[in-house]
Ligand binder design. Structure first.
Ligand SMILES: [Fe+2]
Length: 179
């Protein structure tokens, strides 16, 4: 039986001029797609996050309170208990990661999905720690070991974390990171 799906892979390498009546409006108003390098510090530096971790900020969208970055834990360690008010889409790039609350271990290439209302504690026991790419939305509330509210991080917190580091180290702010 023939498939109903009609989007086949292409065997050509040509730019096709798609008929698209809103092109001018899109060009006027869309922030546009872009590529942000994550293999080097050219687009974004590693910003220290505590004693043994760092964050490479990749994008900030203040309209939707959405931000993406790579969290690098340089050895075994913990990110304290936090409660998500939005969603997280995360991929383990290197090392491994788990949560005290769940029974799985995230390894390179695996997809981690977190949904609003989840509270959990991130741990890496890998000798080299882990690198995690995350696209996060909404506020994240942090709690101490007694369950007392500590602080909230959101797109504004991540922007200040990036910009303060740049200002203190004479690094140019990269406008490409801002959607
Ligand atoms: Fe989380």
């Amino acid at each position: 039986m023939a498939t109903k799906l009609k989007a086949p892979p292409s065997d050509t390498k040509e730019i096709v001029d798609v008929p698209w009546p809103y092109r001018d409006t899109v060009e006027r108003l869309s922030p546009g797609g872009r590529y942000i390098d994550a293999q080097t510090d050219v687009d974004s530096p590693w910003v220290p996050f505590g004693e043994s971790a760092a964050i490479k900020h990749l994008s900030f969208d203040v309209r939707t309170n959405t931000y993406s970055n790579i969290l690098w834990m340089k050895g075994p360690g913990t990110i304290g208990t936090h409660l998500h008010r939005g969603t997280v889409t995360m991929v383990t790039l290197e090392g491994s990661v788990r949560y005290l609350e769940y029974d799985w271990v995230g390894t390179p290439g695996g997809l981690i999905l977190e949904t609003p209302g989840e509270a959990h504690t991130l741990v890496t026991e890998h000798p080299d720690g882990c690198k995690l790419f995350g696209q996060m939305n909404g506020p994240i509330e942090f709690y101490d070991a007694q369950g007392t509210y500590m602080d909230t991080v959101d797109v504004w917190w991540f922007i200040e974390h990036y910009e303060n580091h740049c200002k203190e180290n004479g690094i140019a702010i990269n406008q490409k990171l801002y959607l």
